[in-house]
Design a protein around this ligand. Structure first.
Ligand code: ZN
Length: 310
């Protein structure tokens, strides 16, 4: 599972990002012959003939650095991958997730400097909130070893203490204080419709990743979830000039889904869906890893890089 890449030009190094060189080394580490083209991986999954050593590459969130940094490597190595972009990007109303991330990583001395400003702007005593969530924070830290304690605490405040609206307002206030124009950042950071068409023409598989990338999709009711996926299917298929049922792969935004989500996706004819972690999550009704074709486990690229260095 890939997200962010950096280069020496427009994509600066940030939390969890890797370089073109890292990607090349990662391919070597896994072994080129073990990396299947997305279409082949999908076919073999359906027929139950995947071997233990066989993997595929997936790219989430429609982030421009994937086009600028990773795509040339993929093309050079003749690897066809899955790309999952959430569709509000293409409506000129992207989720601010990526923008906020860029802001956090590029306009502060370091991430802790950002957290300091963030809590100043929030201006609330969070002692009680952190106390109540102490155990859950600990669990999250184990589940996502690439994050620091401060990273996890920030995500808890963002996802559970604040509402989405309040978080967005707060961040936009911080951005405005630094005199940055958000719209300028969109084209630099996110896929255009043309990028999506290019990937499709090159033979990569384009799939769904919800419409607005809710941080916790599983907290939405059935109809809201259905709207998220219907809308994304509508938009993506239109951009690619395809039939809706030709878009049949997806990944769960922030790894968030529940039984409703799986039913919605199944009814839509989605045949393959990817999770965010390599762990069994019993609360989601999982009894084993790769519990169903809509729950294929993924390893974060950062964990693979860490393993390479051992
Ligand atoms: Zn995502």
């Amino acid at each position: 599972m890939f997200h962010h890449f950096h280069d020496k030009k427009s994509h600066s190094k940030s939390q969890g990002s890797i370089s073109e060189d890292d990607l090349q080394r990662l391919i070597k580490f896994i072994g080129r012959k073990n990396i299947l083209n997305a279409e082949i991986f999908y076919e073999k999954l359906k027929s139950g003939s995947l071997k233990k050593n066989e993997v595929c590459f997936t790219f989430d969130d429609g982030i421009k650095c994937q086009i600028d940094v990773a795509l040339p490597v993929l093309e050079d190595q003749k690897i066809k991958a899955f790309f999952f972009a959430y569709s509000s990007i293409f409506e000129g109303k992207p989720d601010n997730l990526e923008i906020f991330r860029h802001f956090r990583m590029n306009f502060f001395k370091d991430i802790n400097d950002f957290y300091k400003d963030f809590y100043l702007e929030l201006n609330t005593d969070l002692t009680k909130f952190f106390k109540i969530n102490e155990e859950a924070i600990k669990l999250k830290l184990e589940k996502f070893p690439m994050y620091s304690l401060e990273d996890i605490k920030f995500r808890f405040v963002r996802d559970f203490y604040l509402t989405r609206e309040k978080y967005d307002d707060l961040m936009i206030k911080m951005i405005n204080k630094k005199n940055i124009d958000i719209k300028d950042l969109y084209s630099k950071l996110l896929f255009s419709k043309e990028d999506l068409r290019t990937l499709d023409k090159l033979g990569h598989l384009i799939g769904l990743h919800s419409h607005s990338h809710p941080t916790k999709l599983e907290r939405l009711d059935f109809n809201s979830q259905k709207k998220e996926y219907d809308q994304s299917s509508e938009i993506i298929s239109k951009i690619l000039d395809k039939d809706k049922n030709e878009i049949n792969c997806m990944s769960h935004p922030s790894g968030s889904y529940n039984k409703d989500t799986l039913k919605i996706l199944k009814d839509m004819g989605i045949g393959i869906g990817f999770k965010q972690v390599m762990k069994i999550e019993p609360e989601k009704g999982m009894s084993k890893i790769n519990n169903s074709n809509l729950e294929i486990a993924r390893e974060d690229h950062i964990n693979i890089i860490k393993n390479m260095e051992k």
